[in-house]
Write a protein of this length. Structure first.
Length: 123
């Protein structure tokens, strides 16, 4: 059995499996969204984690989607939960690469760290 060499490769494998389930159930638009994430993850780009995580939460997100019959949907939900957990584990290490600034920027009544502000500009 081949073991992925890096956590991002492991995440890419899980996202690929989600993509396949989406394709088989006719959810082509969501499958295309995951294609873009896969390209980033396979290139070793941690922004693929952020992009993948952005598909969850809120109305009309991946976690609201019914994929196939109840058995297929249960597999999809379990796989997406596993992939989300792995993405969350890998994404903070990217944020930490930006450093931990001691100063923040005051925006709309909130103090936002410079690292988070820079990250938001990149998205």
């Amino acid at each position: 059995m081949n073991t992925p060499a890096t956590p991002l490769q492991d995440l890419a494998l899980q996202v690929e499996q989600l993509r396949e389930m989406l394709l088989r159930s006719g959810n082509l638009a969501w499958a295309e969204q995951l294609d873009a994430d896969l390209a980033k993850l396979r290139a070793g780009d941690r922004m693929g984690c952020a992009s993948f995580l952005s598909h969850f939460g809120g109305m009309g997100s991946l976690n609201d989607l019914q994929v196939g019959d109840s058995t297929t949907d249960a597999c999809f939900q379990a796989q997406s939960s596993s992939a989300r957990a792995l993405a969350k584990l890998n994404y903070p290490s990217f944020v930490q690469q930006l450093g931990r600034p001691t100063r923040g920027i005051f925006i709309g009544g909130l103090t936002v760290s410079i690292a988070i502000f820079a990250l938001a500009l990149m998205l």
